[in-house]
Design a protein around this ligand. Structure first.
Ligand code: GLC
Ligand code: MG
Length: 425
């Protein structure tokens, strides 16, 4: 919770399907580019908020399918459920707000009279959200009649149409925009509002996000007609909202650059990452850069060259030890030496590596403990290790770089590899 009340440099509030996650990109390249940018430059002082229409069940499913980062705050079920941190602690205050003038039974009772409405899956019916499918051609009429019925029954509700097929009924005070307004109000009351907020979306249920005052907004290039139309009617002259040229997460990166919200070059876009820019040096960047090197090395995308091995060795204390998840220990120099044997072994295969939740704490005047989850996707298998490393600053300035003095890994439950003899880092 501490990180959340810190006064973020940048808070990104992003929709997931077709915004953060591109379902037409099997390689997930734009998402992986965003991840590397976020972990190397923003994780330590900024907030990542996912705001999705999905219920907790479908949200967790998506996280298993796609290489997604862990957000600081998760807003699910179209702004009706807010949770904090990896353990997803619910915001009970928000539930109180939503209970006003809401009675789920009345909603189900009235909607049952509409034959045009098809109930969505059971998982998507939530305490403050009742969801249906409705044909595009009938949506407007149904919405009008439905809101009249429910108003007559004393409810104050909101109906949202998205993706040309989904119809959600929520309490009037709910929705993605209202949930964001609630969070911003909370941060302001604590005296720690984010310096900048960027909202990102593609469809109807995201429209509200763009009407929150003082936020920057990006409609990704692949945004749905319903959102573009909402924008044309309600926010056309607002210079703080753009329709990106790029799809999904690449559009988010584009917006960071467009609005000058901070660094916008993903380490994945840097061909020779051994050469790093001075302004980017921080423990997070060190970790992202190393694992990107490791991915490219095994994919055979960089030359099998002794200069890389030498440069890696130079970044490690000669006595530094790596404790593998199985408990086996080797010196880091031995581990680097082993890398020679796996150059290009993943060529032409599906092999990706990313890091999540990279957070560092100083443990002395020039030492840091850096903790993160290291993920490896190999074909259909996914492995993950909770990784802790100790870094020493090489010189008095951060730009002098770091020396690795210790690495320890433990399997993340559910993502163990049976045998770690083929596990390198
Ligand atoms: C997600 C939810 C669905 C909702 C839709 C639009 O797909 O699973 O219930 O109707 O978003 O908000
Ligand atoms: Mg979407």
């Amino acid at each position: 919770m501490n990180r959340i009340a810190m006064g973020a440099r940048l808070m990104i509030v992003s929709d997931l399907d077709h915004t953060m996650v591109d379902h037409h990109d099997a390689e997930n390249m734009s998402l992986l580019r965003f991840n590397a940018l976020w972990e190397s430059n923003y994780r330590h002082d900024s907030l990542l908020v996912f705001s999705t229409g999905r219920s907790p069940t479908l949200y967790k499913q998506l996280r298993k399918e796609k290489p997604m980062l862990t957000p600081d705050i998760t807003i699910m079920s179209v702004g009706t459920e807010i949770t904090y941190g990896n353990s997803m602690v619910p915001d009970d205050g928000w539930v109180e707000v939503l209970n006003q003038k809401w009675d789920r039974n009345i909603v189900t009772d009235e909607t049952s009279k509409f034959s045009e409405l098809t109930l969505q899956a059971e998982t998507e019916q939530r305490p403050h959200k009742v969801s249906f499918y409705v044909d595009r051609t009938k949506a407007q009429t149904v919405m009008k009649e439905l809101s009249e019925c429910l108003e007559k029954r004393g409810l104050d509700i909101k109906i949202i149409y998205s993706g040309g097929m989904d119809l959600d009924i929520l309490p009037q005070g709910a929705g993605k925009g209202q949930a964001l307004a609630y969070l911003l109000k909370k941060f302001k009351a604590e005296g720690k509002p984010p310096s900048n907020t960027l909202v990102c979306g593609d469809s109807g249920n995201d429209a509200e996000l763009f009407s929150i005052p003082e936020v920057y907004g990006v409609m990704v290039s692949n945004a749905q007609e319903e959102l573009l139309q909402w924008h044309a009617e309600n926010a056309k002259g607002n210079p703080n909202i753009i329709h990106a040229k790029e799809r999904c997460a690449a559009g988010i990166i584009e917006a960071i650059g467009h609005f000058n919200l901070g660094p916008n070059a993903s380490p994945r876009d840097v061909a020779d990452f051994i050469e790093c820019k001075l302004e980017n040096v921080n423990p997070g960047h060190e970790v992202v850069r190393f694992y990107l090197f490791y991915e490219r090395w095994r994919r055979g995308e960089i030359d099998n060259c002794e200069a890389y091995i030498a440069s890696l060795k130079a970044s490690c204390d000669p006595t530094a030890v790596f404790a593998f998840p199985s408990g086996v220990e080797r010196t880091l120099h031995e581990c680097i030496h082993r890398l020679r044997g796996c150059h290009g072994d993943q060529k032409g295969k599906q092999f990706r590596v990313w890091v999540d939740s990279v957070l560092s704490t100083p443990t002395g005047t020039s030492t840091w403990q850096v903790k993160f989850d290291k993920w490896e996707l190999s074909g259909d298998e996914r492995y993950s290790c909770v990784t802790t490393i100790i870094l020493n600053a090489k010189g008095s300035s951060a730009s002098d770089g770091y020396t690795w003095v210790n690495v320890q890994q433990k399997w993340l439950e559910g993502f163990e590899k049976k045998d770690d003899s083929t596990w390198f880092f």
